[in-house]
Design a protein. Structure first.
Lengths: 112, 112
């Protein structure tokens, strides 16, 4: 089945640093999304990407849909303590299904 | 803004019992998804409904069933519960069969 390989698995950074994480797949995806999840809560949609090559920002977050449609990255600039959480990439594959396939997540820790 | 509402937030059941989880989508959203998330895992797709019809099915056990009602709310029925069913269960909704799914806060099911 479709799998998303997300890296890194975890990151420990200092407040103010920039962060980058990415997802790759052997399959083509029509849509890429990035979610943030905090303990005991549901994933919160951060950014949705619909076109190959698309670069979209949401405040300090920037995400890109890879040209090959098989990858995406998320950057967080000038991290702050409230950025702590698990970031998931998710994709909607070709073929008409609306289900999302998730990456394994990147756990972000920000030291003040 | 209104979000996806799930109830109950927490549920404790014994083995072999049944459980019913409820989901109220964002107003005007016509597509509902159910996901299961084990500890430290990514969300796994169970089943989805579009306009009250089942539209896709993932790794949902035969002991589970779900439906979407005329008011678009959905219920996930789980029977013959097993210890391994303990997990967070998320409902998500979207407008149409798009990937831009918004998640509820989840139901934490504990089977003892």
């Amino acid at each position: 089945g479709q799998q998303l390989n997300q890296s890194p698995q975890s990151m420990f950074i200092q407040e103010g640093e920039d962060v980058s994480m990415n997802c790759t797949s052997s399959s083509i995806f029509n849509t890429w999304l990035w979610y943030k999840q905090e303990p005991g809560e549901g994933p919160v949609l951060l950014i949705a990407l619909y076109k190959a090559g698309e670069l979209t920002s949401n405040g300090r977050l920037t995400a890109q849909f890879g040209i090959t449609r098989k990858d995406s990255f998320l950057n967080i600039s000038a991290s702050i303590p409230s950025d702590v959480g698990i970031y998931f990439c998710a994709g909607q594959a070709q073929g008409g299904s609306e289900k999302l396939v998730f990456g394994k997540g990147t756990k972000l820790t920000v030291n003040p | 803004a209104a979000g996806v509402i799930q109830s109950p937030r927490h549920l404790i059941k014994e083995k072999r019992e049944t459980a019913t989880l409820k989901c109220y989508p964002i107003p005007r959203h016509d597509t509902v998804y159910w996901y299961q998330q084990g500890p430290g895992q990514d969300p796994q797709f169970l089943i989805s409904f579009y306009e009250k019809m089942q539209s896709d099915k993932g790794s949902i056990p035969d002991r589970f069933s779900a439906q979407q009602f005329s008011d678009y709310h959905s219920e996930l029925n789980m029977s013959s519960l097993e210890l391994g069913d303990s997990a967070l269960y998320f409902c998500a909704s979207s407008l149409g069969r798009t990937a831009e799914a918004f998640f509820g806060q989840g139901t934490r099911l504990t089977v003892v």
